[in-house]
Design a protein around this ligand. Structure first.
Ligand code: SF4
Length: 337
């Protein structure tokens, strides 16, 4: 059968016409697509430019970096979210504002240079000249003293009792505890009882005691105004010097007495009193006349009256020392003792 009929020819012509129209449509479509892509590219370019402007603004709103040498710890800076960036990109460039996360602190919260603490003024030369040389504190237990309480002299005397704490107890006739005003501002501390003191049970009643009484009077006081005690309270045999173990056994009672009295000034008579209270082995010839401090109390070392009886030329020095004490009490020196 032959297919080359007029109908077949018409059909073929129609198909060719369709193919031509399709090609023309493809051509038109391709051109329009290129036009659409160019428009999209232009919009994308604008968006990229807007994004770049936003990033520049964010960088400007960040706090300035601290010096690299000592970076202080900084709180973490919260990054702007994608939505925030997107919202910023949507804004006109002139209306764009810094993001809240990068907002700097208000100026009032930062220290001003004028508010910086002023440097401490250096102490004026010579300010410390009048402060006495301090003494190491006594760390031993004090007899008759309840911790944190001020004892009385009676409590300490009862604690001392018929003391047998050292070998001086064997030769004594009386314990010489001390005498005078229990509220005295001025206390004299000697070495230990002599023969007369041992017999009477009262400190400084022999020849040395007489001289001390004159010295006290010359200072403008009486024995009833002051208190007098010794380092050891029993007489060393033959008036020898007290030995270290004897001083160690008896010294705590003297310290308890001074805690009870709490005077303004202590006058240490001789090397045993000064060296024991101050824990200082410096000779009395070098310590005397120099203000020291005992447990917060002003202390003046000077010669023992018994030494002055043997060395009368030294009385002038002792008087000079006592004059310093008088000045502290506001008294005016008269003639010597
Ligand atoms: S000198 Fe002092 S410690 Fe020694 S027996 Fe006399 S009171 Fe006691």
């Amino acid at each position: 059968m032959n297919d080359d009929t007029p109908d077949s020819t018409q059909e073929l012509a129609d198909v060719l016409q369709d193919v031509r129209r399709h090609l023309l449509w493809q051509e038109e479509t391709a051109g329009r697509s290129l036009l659409v892509d160019a428009k999209v590219a232009a919009e994308l370019q604008q968006q990229r430019a807007a994004a770049s402007s936003v990033r520049t603004m964010i960088a400007r709103t960040k706090a300035p970096e601290p010096p690299a040498a000592s970076p202080p710890p900084r709180p973490p800076v919260e990054s702007p979210t994608r939505d925030a960036l997107h919202a910023a990109m949507k804004q006109p460039l002139g209306a764009a504002r810094p993001l809240a996360a990068a907002t700097p602190p208000p100026a009032a919260s930062r220290p001003l240079a004028s508010e910086a603490p002023a440097p401490r003024a250096a102490p004026a030369p010579g300010m410390l000249l009048d402060v006495p040389k301090s003494t190491p504190r006594y760390n031993g237990a004090l007899p008759g003293v309840v911790e944190g309480e001020r004892p009385t002299l009676d409590q300490i005397r009862r604690e001392l009792g018929d003391c047998r704490r050292c070998k001086l107890c064997t030769g004594r006739k009386n314990i010489v505890f001390g005498s005078g005003n229990p509220r005295a501002d001025l206390v004299f501390v000697g070495e230990g009882p002599g023969e007369n003191e041992d017999l009477q049970g009262v400190p400084f009643v022999g020849a040395a005691g007489d001289l001390l009484t004159k010295m006290i009077g010359a200072m403008g006081f009486s024995r009833n105004d002051v208190y007098i005690a010794n380092v050891v309270k029993c007489r060393p045999p033959g008036n020898r010097n007290p030995e270290p173990d004897e001083i160690a056994a008896c010294e705590p009672f003297l310290r308890s007495q001074l805690l009870a009295l709490q005077p303004k000034v202590i006058v240490a008579l001789g090397k045993f009193a000064a060296q024991t209270l101050l824990r200082d082995t410096t000779p009395i010839t070098r310590m005397r006349g120099q203000w020291r401090e005992y447990e917060g109390i002003q202390l003046m070392p000077t010669f023992h009256p018994a030494y002055l009886l043997r060395n009368s030329a030294e009385k002038r020095k002792a008087w000079e020392d006592l004059q310093q004490v008088m000045k502290l009490f506001g008294k005016h020196p008269g003639s010597g003792a």
